[in-house]
Design a protein around this ligand. Sequence first.
Ligand code: ATP
Length: 449
Amino acid sequence: MTEEIETGAPAAEDGQGLIEKLTSLAKRRGFVFPSSEIYGGLNAVWDYGPLGVRLRRRVRESWWRRVVEGRSDVEGIECSILMNPRVWVASGHVDAFTDPLVDCLGRCHMRWRQDQLDGDRCPNCGGALSPARRFNLLFRTFVGPVEDDTARVYLRPETAQGMFVNFKNVLQSTRQRLPFGIAQIGRSFRNEISPGNFIFRSREFEQMEMEWFCSPGEDERWFDYWCQDQLQWFQDLGIRRENLRLRPHAGEELAHYALGATDIEYRFPFGWGELEGIARRGDYDLRRHQEVSGRDLGYPDPITGQSLLPYVVEPAVGVDRTALTVLLDAYDEEEVRGERRVVLRLAPSVAPYEVAVLPLSKHADLVGPARQVAAELRGALATDYDETQSIGRRYRRQDEIGTPLAVTVDFESLQDHAATIRERDSMEQVRVGFDRLLEVCREKLGLAG
Ligand code: ATP
């Protein structure tokens, strides 16, 4: 069976259409569901389904391997979401983690983030807008039975502060010396004024952050190093280079703690947007925590014997935003024999499944051997198995969820002990003996050698 690709088929539409298509595919196939949907959902909060979990886990693992496990100079930690509230006083979040909020005074009364508006009228109804007021993005809750100011704590808005407050603990419990990093992956919460664009901006999300501690004066060099390193990481996830760019922040745009910052941006359907922020934080955070806690957070320089506060370079990226980017960049549509084919051209390293095993039909003679093949592959590869519906529909499903390879067991397999491997992108098929299936799949997935 050959499936012809008609060249010059219309490319996937740009703009909001693509986000809508992806949102619907994600729900239909089990990547992302609206949170608590049977109750009407909760604005800007999402749940991940079976395929979304696989994709996110692979994104996280890839980052962790690159930034932590694959190096000798970065240590991992996991901190609690609740921290002593003085952490957020010292970091500046209690006072300064605000966005300018404006209300529509016209018909619709919607609220907007002023710095994201083009003009001075309500983008929804054209009404006049109120003067901006500072809106703090921290989520508040209470520890213990009494809900008063002394019991107030915050849900962390970033994971970074966990690394700063544990700087001394990590230094003293490991053999690390400058330069070295401390990293963590975990949930963060921001009461965003205008969330949206699917999982691009939500109120609960997951971050992958690393604080790189180095000697003052060496931070610019390390800043360039981490910008390039992270740019390469996105390409290793299969994101096309032409859709990525580095955008240095202009002076007036810099956060209060930053000596310099660059965003790695992606060309989203709604325009270029931040995928990762990389900042030179100087000694701002350690200095502030030293002042507010009264504890010495200095690093004893082994050569001079003097105490110094290291400078910090921070790459900070979202798991959800990376997953969205990987999906958007992979989304494609083409015409195959007069039919529209939707295909996620995911890199094998992030695809929820690396291979799907499909008996040609549900015939009992085929199901047994096909299940056997799946069980053997599953030991080494992320393997799906599907015997429902027609083979054509099952190929379409695997294309839509981005599975790079499909192994089909047919009646001939009962004689020649071989199956057909179909490649998602080219739809080419090759016949391979059962005993070499794993080896050939690994080769095609780029895992050989
Ligand atoms: P913005 O200015 O767009 O609100 P930010 O500059 O405050 O974002 P950072 O604090 O640099 O964002 O966060 C680091 C990374 O965490 C971002 O690049 C993004 O990938 C992710 N992130 C931040 N906020 C959100 C959110 N509300 N939803 C999803 N991911 C987020």
